[in-house]
Design a protein around this ligand. Sequence first.
Ligand code: F3S
Length: 407
Amino acid sequence: MFLTREDEALSNGEHGEGAEIAMSVLVKLGEMYGADKMLNVENVHIDGAAYGWINDSGLELVERLCNSGACFRVPATLNPSSIDFDMWKELKVPSWVAEKQFRLANALKKMGATPTWTCAPYQYGADIRFGQNVAWGESNAVGFANTVVGARTERLGDLADVCSAIVGKYPNFGLYRDENRLGQILFEPSKKDLETFDQTDYGILGFFIGSIAEAKVPVVSGIPKNVTTDQLKSYCAAAAVGGSVGLSHLCGVTPEAKTVADAFHGSRPEERITIETDQLEQTRQKLSTLKRDDPDVICLGCPHCSVQELTRLARLLKGKKVKKDVRLLILTSRAAKTLAAEMGAVETIESSGGKVIADTCWNFVPFEGKTLMTDSAKMAWVSMSRFAEVGIGNMDRCVEAAVRAMC
Ligand code: F3S
């Protein structure tokens, strides 16, 4: 791999021990994946921000980097942590976990991270543009950066993101390279379906496309102009877990793919798939093992809810009470929670019996309950091993399930 004079200076310790460690990790990674050179990146989103993901060895590395005096060279945002920093006691998180998460948070902030603690940094906190090279972890965020913003990022692993923020570089492989961004499979959903899709339907579409495309680049025709950011968020999250899609060309949305021809750069698709309504219905059934809409836990916010989702939820819950034997949990960022609280939405949700949790991911919330309902295709799929039964339904249906007996 070609290294510039600056890359070599970072590698051989001229910029301190932290930069030397970070560069050695990135150079090894580049060699493993056949990178030809290092790229300068302008922004990093750090997935390895939760103690629960990186554990003691990760914490030790981050603290060592911090104690060496390393600072982030580029703006860096943080994915959810293992705790809600205000409510961890109430949520019954063990104090040893909280103590280690606080240590990790302190080290990351000292190096210069913006404490966004969200998996939707593109909605609150991150500032990226079309054509920029960035270095993002968290699969839904990677999908969103590539697909919706048109920035370029590979799918970063935990701690490679921290290393990247320290040196402002990442090896040039995968989705940074033009040839790996070409569309490969054309998906054609029906116009009639797309016109009626809600946010959950976009998740189901993403899951279906991901399960066929796997790691290839899907091109999707017909996405309406009025698709919302929250719908695109659901699509990207589910495409990444249905397969491992890091870039979709949603024609008319993705900046580098205004048309189907743009997405394929004039070449022919490897495959062309017309998506039938019943195929999406089968996908919905695959994501739903819950026999009736009477779950123990209802969880929204995977990826984190936006202000718009929180205010909509508040409108749906106004004047209603969540059933005593149901836990309604909503995951969001601290930024969105603060804004929604100013609008009165958090109070409305919580006075109905819901709980709005910030800074963290449902993976770290000690749920009590055997059955789950969610509006998120990603969460439905990923949580199947944790619950006896999992159901998927849009926000309206989740609210109905939460309050039905008390209306
Ligand atoms: Fe976010 Fe956790 Fe879902 S990080 S995307 S809430 S699995």
